[in-house]
Ligand binder design. Structure first.
Ligand SMILES: [Zn+2]
Length: 246
């Protein structure tokens, strides 16, 4: 059933958004990756992918999966814009905490009109990033290019700045916040235990979330131990490579 906002059904919007996020790294989206993100069976992905390709939103990459066409990417970016503007509005204007905005935005993004989203963005003075540090596409579909490097890929001696945090898990966000690893925080990787994959970090400078709320409890300036599953949720920009890097 089509809604009145974009003319696309909710499931089409979810597929476009999922394929956009998978292919942000530049790789085609495989059926199994799409099934995993959307938590559905691979067989049902095959049917929807065929429909979306017929509509002109996707093209097949032989043996590797699919990627968005220009038209598909344009639609996906509008959905991503709705999601991230909603999250920012909820956090900044309605007092939601950063771990609580994603699920609300997942529901509202399918119902909000582009006009409502543009008014929310204007009321917020056109924010560039959402509370988790992800860039907000403009209404004309431009978006800042970002890498997909995470804390988990760093080596001892590396220095990096936290760029964004994955927003789809409240407990993950709480753990990241407690560690003081908010967007803008500077980290030095002191060590990495091979057997347990625990990272020892020094947090130089606490960041703050897009809601303008500095972390209160993070151990800034101190040593911090971060398990792999948390490190994988934190996107970083490398500022200098350590000497130990091979
Ligand atoms: Zn979100």
């Amino acid at each position: 059933m089509a809604d009145e906002t974009s003319g696309l059904s909710r499931s089409v919007e979810d597929y476009l958004k999922a394929i956009y996020s998978i292919s942000e790294s530049g790789e085609p989206a495989s059926t199994s990756a799409i099934a995993e993100v959307l938590e559905v069976q691979p067989a049902s992905v095959t049917g929807m992918v065929k429909r979306l390709a017929e509509t002109g939103f996707l093209e097949h990459v032989p043996y590797r999966g699919v990627r968005l066409t220009e038209e598909g990417k344009r639609e996906a970016l509008q959905i991503v814009r709705r999601h991230r503007v909603l999250e920012t509005y909820l956090a900044e204007r309605l007092g939601y905490r950063w771990q609580d905005v994603h699920d609300e935005a997942e529901r509202l993004e399918h119902a909000a009109s582009d006009q409502l989203i543009d008014r929310m963005a204007a009321a917020l003075e056109h924010p560039s990033h959402d509370p988790h540090g992800a860039p907000i596409p403009t209404s004309s579909g431009e978006v800042e290019a970002t890498g997909s490097l995470t804390l988990a890929e760093l080596s001892p001696g590396d220095e990096a700045i936290v760029r964004a945090v994955r927003d789809d898990d409240s407990e993950g966000l709480l753990a990241v916040e407690a560690a003081g690893l908010l967007p803008g925080a500077r980290v030095n990787v002191l060590g990495r235990t091979a057997s347990t994959h625990v990272f020892t970090l020094k947090v130089e400078d606490k960041g703050k979330s897009g809601a303008g709320r500095a972390s209160r409890d993070g151990p800034a300036g101190g040593r911090l131990e971060v398990p792999l599953d948390i490190a994988e949720r934190v996107y970083v920009t490398l500022s200098s490579r350590g000497r130990d890097h091979t």
